[in-house]
Design a protein around this ligand. Structure first.
Ligand SMILES: C[C@H](CCC[C@@H](C)[C@H]1CC[C@H]2[C@@H]3[C@H](O)C[C@@H]4C[C@H](O)CC[C@]4(C)[C@H]3C[C@H](O)[C@]12C)C(=O)SCCNC(=O)CCNC(=O)[C@H](O)C(C)(C)COP(=O)(O)OP(=O)(O)OC[C@H]1O[C@@H](n2cnc3c(N)ncnc32)[C@H](O)[C@@H]1OP(=O)(O)O
Length: 381
């Protein structure tokens, strides 16, 4: 796999860093997650392929062990507030001095500088600061965050994984490690560059929810079908829009022009009425195989069995029977091989990892005081 041989120390975080660690593990890196010793349960639900070492970083011995692990690794990934690692004597200056090849990834909400750098926050805060949240939501409704997708995952975990791969590639030429400052505000905004770069062509001139791609255009929206399900319509180009009207059995002569913005509410009313006359499956029979850009809105459970996804194997089932997306993208010669085994228990690999990293038997015994905590993923809410 592409990242075979890369050794990563992931300090246990909430959602973005675990996602970054999972991506690296899926593509072959050895990811050792450093857990707290007193955690009742891990919150890392993206732990496939990782190992777990439990260390008390409030103890000097725990810090010394972590330092030795980081110094012998290629990447350290830390998800803490600015300054926490420095407080423990594990900042970039400490670790890069002993391992100049180390890639030190710092995944935070606001970055390592600026007045918010030390402030707590979560995805919605970072998305708000990125400028994108102001553009998300239905017309005349308040801004609405798309779960914690944009900052935690797109602009955070994935952007961090990208940065780590860039730094690994650069190190193959320079032999030098470096620090990666991942700000989820900036990562989310960068993912949304198109929203800034396309202002000049007037794509976002109208208020939130009234533009072509944010729910304003009736030919770029979702519609409820007679069985209470939904279809998604993305028929933007005239030739695809023509096929949409054909599938809906609507005569263009009876309708306003596609790009007559003032008539979009009327057009949406017509589409809403027509889509409500058939089931989602019936619309699928009409539109599958056409370029009308109409697709079923599939649930998390339905995606696995949809013929297109099934043929590609787009979703995998692990040893516990849990369904989740397979790694992306698919590399033809060195594809990801995600682990299908169960996730690690907290501290499960403390002994083997410390032994492998050269710790003496008595040192290891000292750390084995941690009882392996059987992972019970209870329903949280
Ligand atoms: C939308 C998402 C939010 C995540 C959603 C869900 C995953 C979770 C939301 C609610 C959780 C559940 C709930 O808490 C109840 C249960 C609690 C139980 O313990 C676990 C199960 C729960 C059901 C739990 C399950 C899930 O966790 C939830 C459902 C996001 O937006 S995530 C993105 C958050 N932001 C960032 O990551 C940006 C960078 N990080 C930060 O800004 C801060 O870390 C953050 C997130 C603001 C937290 O600040 P905090 O003050 O708590 O920590 P830090 O300042 O970073 O300092 C870390 C301190 O911890 C010490 N430490 C670290 N490792 C160890 C160790 N091995 N041993 C000892 N000590 C350790 C470290 O020294 C620091 O100590 P100090 O504070 O003294 O310096």
């Amino acid at each position: 796999m592409a990242l075979a041989g890369v050794r990563v120390i992931e300090l246990a975080g909430l959602a973005p860093a675990p996602f970054c660690g999972m991506i690296l593990a899926d593509f072959g890196a050895r990811v050792i997650r450093i857990d707290r010793t007193k955690m009742a349960m891990t919150v890392d639900t993206q732990a496939r392929g990782k190992q777990s070492v439990a260390l008390n970083l409030k103890s000097p011995k725990g810090v010394a062990v972590l330092k030795k692990l980081c110094v012998q690794s290629d990447v350290v990934l830390e998800p803490y507030r600015k300054g926490v690692m420095e407080k423990m004597g594990l900042g970039p200056d400490d670790l890069l001095k002993e391992n100049p090849r180390l890639i030190y990834a710092r995944l935070t909400g606001y970055g390592q500088s600026g007045s918010y750098a030390k402030a707590a926050g979560h995805d919605i805060n970072y998305l708000a600061m990125s400028g994108l949240l102001s553009m998300l939501g239905r017309s005349s409704e308040k801004p609405h965050a798309p779960m914690n997708l944009m900052a935690d995952f797109a602009g955070g975990g994935l952007m961090c994984a990208f940065g780590i791969v860039l730094a690994l590639l650069e190190r193959s030429r320079s032999g030098q490690g470096q620090i990666i400052d991942v700000s989820m505000v900036e990562g989310a905004a960068y993912v949304g560059s198109f929203m800034w770069k396309s202002r000049s062509i007037g794509l976002w001139n109208h208020p939130r929810g009234e533009n072509l791609l944010d729910g304003g255009a009736p030919f770029y929206d979702t519609y409820r079908t007679s069985d209470g399900k939904y279809v998604a319509v993305g028929a933007i180009e005239p030739q695809f829009y023509q096929q949409l009207l054909q599938g809906l059995d609507l005569d263009p002569a009876d309708l306003p022009s596609q790009m007559s913005v003032s008539d979009w509410p009327k057009l949406r009313h017509t589409f809403t009425h027509v889509f409500a006359t058939k089931t989602r499956a019936e619309w699928g029979q009409i539109f599958d195989g056409t370029d009308a850009c109409v697709t079923p809105v599939l649930s998390q459970d339905e995606v696995v069995s949809h013929p297109h996804n099934r043929v590609r194997g787009s979703f995998l089932k692990d040893a516990q029977g849990e369904i989740s997306p397979r790694p992306a993208p698919v590399l033809s010669r060195s594809p990801a091989e995600p682990s299908l085994s169960r996730d690690p228990f907290i501290g499960e690999h403390t002994h083997s990892v410390l032994q492998e990293y050269g710790f003496e038997k008595d040192q290891i015994e000292e750390f084995l005081s941690v009882v392996y905590v059987k992972k019970t993923r209870k329903k949280i809410f």
